[in-house]
Structures are given as structure tokens and as C-alpha cells.
Design a protein around this ligand. Structure first.
Ligand code: PMT
Length: 404
């Protein structure tokens, strides 16, 4: 995980969304980051330093003139050690100070002294956010490389609806991870991942589907983003939240997924087919809901598009994607079937998973896979969280790209 061992300086300013910053702080610590919190004086009116201090097990800095370890100036020390400076929530006031380069408190002084990437999560009243002064400050900071996440739309502290809510914590974490990984091993590489199980309509209210939750594909999209890639995620219906920093394309059927993949094929360096794509669809989807009768029901099915098959045909003339990864979901003879699929689907890497095990494959948080590549030794991975499987797959992809 990209946050492991990273030095994150978390600046917290005086807005009501501050209670969410405690959760952000906790999640950063849980992900293995070393977190130093700087609070503005206004922030301390909303919460005391205690929750941040308890979570980070480090002193929380508020006072501009406090010295760290006797002689070290806090703003210089924190600005130099930061791998990333995050300000969440960021008020309109602090954003204005950052845009002007003011250094009138410990947080703004640290920001001015730091050359670390800056992630800003604004939270304020909708009219303050929409004010031309704030918008110009945001543009200016963006032009200097600051990454903004949010604000989100919804109910504000005033009770009004509007844009001004702190972005969801998962999005702020996503922005931090993407920023930290921007120079990673897949920097500049365009990756298309498919995820989830396609649905083939029988009638307006029913479909033929499968048990894919999308977790494996979404983990691949997140891990690729964290390694610096520009990611497109073609997702069949799932319950999962969109992945921050990833272009999301929502599809339903195998035919729609086929179209989405083929339309973007010439733009991508890597294709990873983690989706469970239906092999058959009803030949005729009923226009109205099928009524139940006294007898059974016979459905006529036809083959869907073989997406990897179409990719293999298009690849020689397109010269893209440079690397194609397929998955094999097997319930018997895992390796025999996977080897056959690797050759038939003409992929550079095949991820074989035994989906009959209760802790691996569909729906669960973990996966147990074997990695197969033509002419290379097969590599069986232990049972791992899907995100770690994704990281291992993408390391192989990075090596294949480098070996070209
Ligand atoms: O989504 P989760 O709940 O996290 O579960 C993850 C998973 C089990 C779905 C995933 O790990 C997985 O195995 N995905 C591939 C499932 C599958 O369709 O396997 P397959 O053996 O039927 O297909 C082989 C390959 O051909 C796959 O890469 C598939 O995307 C692709 N395919 C399949 C059918 C089709 N019409 N076109 C294709 O390109």
C-alpha cells in the first residue's frame, strides 16, 4: 500500500467538517502513514488536539513559535519531512492565504516552506465556495500544482443544500494516494480495467447474471492509479463506490462492455479483463415482463462477443494494447484450463483463480491466484487481500512493459 511509511502532514483548519478530519487521520494511520497534524488556532475552537494526538501518537502542532526537539522550528521541520501536505478541511480563509503566499500561522508557514505536493479538501458554505475570490484562488493554486478534492454537493451546516461539503474521506484518501504514486512504476501508462459481472436481460425486470462483486477489478483500478497509471474502469453493475481519480464507464451487458473496450483499445497500453463476462445471452429479450404459466419455460441462448478474442484480432494492426491480461475463473482443473485459456485468448498474463474455494474468487475480500505467462514459470500466490493480488499483478505488468 502506497501510504505505508509515508510522511503525511495533515493541516486542519477551523470548519465544522473538522470532525471528519479525525476519521481521515485515523484511516491514514491505519494505512501505515506517519501523520503529523497541524491545527490552526480556529480549528481548536471546534475540537481539541487530543483526538489527533491520540490517533497519531505524536504531538499536535498549533503554535507558530513552538520548537520541536528544543531547537527545531516546527514549520521548517514539518515542511521538509512531508511526502505530502494535506489540508482537510480547508476553509476559504486558508485557501486565500495559500493563494497569496501568506505565512501568518504554523500551517500556512509550513505550506510556504514546503515543496511537497499539496492536496486540499475544501469545506465551506456554498456561497463562499462559489464566490469569484475563492474560485480565483482555487484556480491559482491549481495552476501551481495543488490537487483539489471536492467540495461535494449536499446538505450544508446551515441546513441549505449546495456545494461545500467536505469530499468523502475515501475520495480524499484516493487523492492522497494518487498524488503519492504519481511518479510510480506505471507513470504515464494508460490502463483499462474491466470489472463486475455483466447482466443479460431476459425481460424488463430480469436478467442472467453472475456472482461477481467487482471487488477484484476495482482493486486493480485503485492499485494501477496508485502506481501512477491513468486508469479507465469499465464497470458492469456493482454496489461499489466509484474510484477517485479513475475514469468510470458504466455498462450492463457483454455487448456494451465489448463496445466500450473496443472503442478505447487504441488509446490504452494495458488491458486487464477482470470482469466476469457472460458467455451466453437470451436470444430474444421479452419487451414485457414474462408471465408465469402452468408449464416450465425454455430460454434460447446465443453466444455473446468474446472480448479478449476480438482484442487478439485487433491487436496486430493497432499495435495496442502493449500488454493484455486475462483472468480465468475455474471450478475444476485450474491449471489445465488456465493454460488452455492463456493460449486460446492470446494474453500476455493470465490470472487463474479457483472460484470454488470459499475464501477466493467471487464476492469475497481475498483471492488465491496463479500467475501464468507464455514461456515463463507459473507463480502461485498465497491467499491475499484482493488489493495485494492487484499489486502483484500490476508489478508483473510493469515488468512486461519494461521488457518490451
Ligand atoms: O468481482 P469479484 O467478486 O471480486 O470476483 C472476481 C472474479 C472471480 C470475477 C475475477 O477474479 C475473475 O476471475 N474474473 C474473470 C471471470 C471470467 O469471466 O472468467 P472466464 O474464465 O469465464 O473468462 C476468461 C477471460 O475471458 C476473462 O478475462 C474474461 O473477462 C474474458 N471474457 C469472458 C467472456 C467473454 N465473452 N469475453 C471475454 O473477454
Amino acid at each position: 500500500m502506497i501510504l505505508q511509511g509515508k510522511n503525511v502532514v495533515l493541516g486542519v483548519t477551523g470548519g465544522i467538517a473538522i470532525y471528519k478530519a479525525v476519521d481521515l487521520c485515523s484511516k491514514l494511520v491505519q494505512a501505515g502513514a506517519n501523520v503529523d497534524v497541524i491545527m490552526t488556532e480556529a480549528a481548536t475552537h471546534f475540537v481539541t488536539p487530543l483526538p489527533f494526538q491520540t490517533l497519531t501518537k505524536r504531538p499536535v502542532s498549533v503554535d507558530m513559535f513552538q520548537l520541536l526537539r528544543d531547537t527545531e522550528m516546527a514549520h521548517i521541520s514539518l515542511s521538509k519531512k512531508a511526502d505530502v501536505l494535506v489540508i482537510a478541511p480547508a476553509t476559504a480563509n486558508t485557501i486565500a492565504k495559500l493563494a497569496l503566499g501568506l505565512a501568518d500561522n504554523l500551517l500556512t508557514s509550513t505550506a510556504l516552506a514546503s515543496r511537497a505536493p499539496l492536496v486540499i479538501a475544501p469545506a465551506m458554505d456554498a456561497d463562499m465556495w462559489a464566490h469569484p475570490a475563492t474560485q480565483q484562488n482555487v484556480q491559482l493554486l491549481r495552476s501551481r500544482g495543488a490537487v483539489f478534492v471536492g467540495p461535494a454537493r449536499g446538505r450544508l451546516a446551515s441546513g441549505r443544500m449546495g456545494q461545500g461539503r467536505l469530499a468523502p474521506i475515501e475520495d480524499i484518501l484516493g487523492a492522497i494516494r494518487q498524488t503519492l504514486g504519481s511518479k510510480g512504476p506505471l507513470a504515464g501508462v494508460r490502463v483499462l480495467v474491466t470489472a463486475g459481472g455483466t447482466q443479460e436481460p431476459l425481460d424488463p425486470v430480469r436478467h442472467i447474471g453472475n456472482r461477481s462483486s467487482g471487488k477484484m477489478g476495482y482493486a486493480l483500478a485503485e492499485a494501477a492509479r496508485d502506481m501512477g497509471a491513468q486508469v479507465i474502469l469499465v464497470s458492469a453493475p456493482t454496489c461499489l463506490a466509484p474510484v477517485f481519480g479513475v475514469e468510470m464507464l458504466h455498462v450492463r451487458t457483454a455487448a456494451e462492455m465489448h463496445r466500450a473496450v473496443m472503442e478505447r483499445l487504441s488509446q490504452v497500453d494495458v488491458l486487464i479483463m477482470a470482469a466476469a463476462v457472460a458467455d451466453y445471452r437470451p436470444k430474444h429479450a421479452a419487451v414485457q415482463k414474462i408471465k408465469k404459466g402452468a408449464k416450465g419455460l425454455v430460454l434460447e441462448l446465443e453466444r455473446t462477443e468474446d472480448i479478449l478474442g476480438a482484442v487478439a484480432k485487433a491487436r496486430p494492426s493497432l499495435g495496442k494494447p502493449r500488454v493484455v491480461v486475462g483472468f480465468a475463473a475455474e471450478t475444476e482443473d485450474l491449471l489445465k484450463n488456465a493454460r488452455e485459456k492463456m493460449h486460446r485468448k492470446k494474453v500476455d498474463l493470465l490470472v487463474a483463480n479457483d472460484v470454488s474455494a470459499p475464501d477466493s474468487g467471487f464476492g469475497v475480500e481475498t483471492n488465491r491466484v496463479v500467475l501464468l505467462a507464455p514461456g515463463k514459470k507459473e507463480e502461485a500466490l498465497p491467499l491475499l487481500p484482493k488489493f495485494e493480488v492487484a499489486e502483484r499483478v500490476l508489478s508483473k505488468v510493469a515488468a512486461l512493459l519494461e521488457a518490451e
